[in-house]
Design a protein. Structure first.
Length: 202
């Protein structure tokens, strides 16, 4: 399974650096200055809506990547490939019961040593039908997981090799094609309209 974690917020603006000391903050990035490892801590949602899919990445495993951005509506930054995901705190209250920050699920993402990046993802796909998921599509495209836009709102995206999500790519990919066809048709119509007065004058 291939997966990508997306985190929006202040985590990652500045990273906490430590020398061999174990640190486990909520929604934080910490770097070990001795061995070069980087750890990302992420909490689940207050009502556990995203917990199930986060736990799937922990249980199934596979190759993963981590992206971060400061606020919604902006491009993501690629932090690097993930070498390991584990649960460091299980959810303390039942699902569908609002949990405090200290009661939410918390996972640790270990980035591959020496491969920590901070590269802004380039824009590739347009904002289709006012959806704001194009930034996540840009991120997924940058690491070769998709070939066309996907509609995704969650904190983690994954693809099982046995059942890839081609139908989602096809649906939104076709939307882009339709928009392109409309734009080309409109341009051709306007060009022909401009040419009519010239024909009449001749």
């Amino acid at each position: 399974m291939s997966f990508a974690f997306f985190q929006t917020g202040h985590n990652g603006v500045g990273t906490t650096r430590f020398n061999g000391k174990s640190m486990c903050h909520d929604d934080s990035t910490v770097n070990n200055t001795i061995d070069g490892t980087s750890k990302i801590y992420m909490t689940g949602s207050p009502m556990a809506r995203s917990d199930k899919i986060i736990l799937k990445a922990v249980q199934v495993g596979g190759s993963g990547h981590y992206f971060w951005r400061k606020k919604t509506g902006t491009s993501f930054f690629y932090r690097g490939p993930i070498s390991n995901v584990k649960v460091v705190r299980t959810r303390q209250v039942p699902n569908n019961v609002k949990a405090t920050k200290e009661q939410q699920l918390k996972v640790e993402l270990m980035l591959m040593p020496g491969l920590f990046h901070d590269e802004k993802v380039s824009r590739v796909f347009p904002n289709v039908f006012r959806k704001t998921t194009h930034h996540k599509s840009d991120a997924l495209f940058s690491i070769g997981l998709i070939s066309a836009p996907v509609h995704h709102n969650g904190v983690i995206w994954y693809r099982d090799a046995a059942a890839p999500c081609f139908w989602r790519e096809w649906r939104l990919g076709n939307s882009c094609i339709v928009l392109l066809v409309i734009a080309l048709t409109t341009a051709a119509f306007l060009a022909s309209a401009d040419a009519i007065p010239l024909l009449l004058e001749n």
